[in-house]
Design a protein around this ligand. Sequence first.
Ligand code: CA
Ligand code: CA
Ligand code: CA
Ligand code: CA
Length: 338
Amino acid sequence: MMKAPVGGAKHQLLPSCSILALLAAFALPTQVQAQVATPPLTRAGTTISNTASATFDTGGGSTTINSNQVDLLVDELLDVTVDSSNPADVPTTPGATGQVLTFSVTNTGNGVENFALSTIANAGGDNYDPVVTQIYIDNGDGIFDPNTDTLYTPGANDPELDPDESVTIFVVATTPGAVVDGNRGIVSLIAAAVTGTGAPGTSFAGQGEGGGDAVVGSTGADGTDAGAFIVSAATVTLVKSAVVTNPLGTADPIPGATITYTIVATVAGSGAVSGLAITDNVPADTSYLAGSITLGGVAQSDGVDADAGDYNGTRINVALGTVAGGQTRTVTFRTTIN
Ligand SMILES: [Ca+2]
Ligand SMILES: [Ca+2]
Ligand SMILES: [Ca+2]
Ligand SMILES: [Ca+2]
């Protein structure tokens, strides 16, 4: 089978690559065949004309006659597909507004058509119903920006698409405050041909581009796809404890005793918290022990500087920044009882 000189040469030079060479040799013809198998749809309104001819000889030489011309006006197929552009669930948090799902709407028919957009956010198969607040039509950059993208108003600016043209649609939603970590909420976008939808084959006389009929195609002239949000929340718990030591070698909180406070912040959930900071006022009747702040066992200076801790004369503060779920941070500091 592999008689091609190039393939043979590769086989001799690089025996370990022979399977790759074989795959490459067959991959190209397969692609070419696929392209040939799906020519572009003939545009609605095109006239397909055809005349037959006959040639004959009655003894006085060859004669040709033509039939009448048959003209067929190509009708408009109404077809559309909707695809979610989010390969994975989109993270959200309880009560979050302006949460975005992205979709692509493609006119798979053969004529220019407007498509009405709507959403379904209360279907089952999930844990909650996102609240859809707006739909936006992208300006072509694929990035959601409410200042430059167009707010969709049903019936007023239903996107108009040429055959094979796609538009990116952003569905904006609010996440209810009552959801909890791990909850999932599905939103489906629906695009429907404004000329009409229905069972495949349904015909709208004279309403096709170019004056033919508009005929509902195999998609029913509407399409839908689902995207989903996943609640990725985090909670913080704070536990404080104190250990007392004194010069007498007991644990009694007497004047002169040292109190070591330990504060443990635990972040739980699949999300993260940002800007986490632990603050503790130095209690009355005690004196802060200079330089006693630690974070994760590492001493922190009292000044506001490169490390996370500081003491300002009345309270200690440790800035922890962003902490992901499943992590803990332990802060200690010491005071002495006056
Ligand atoms: Ca149309
Ligand atoms: Ca739901
Ligand atoms: Ca945009
Ligand atoms: Ca410091």
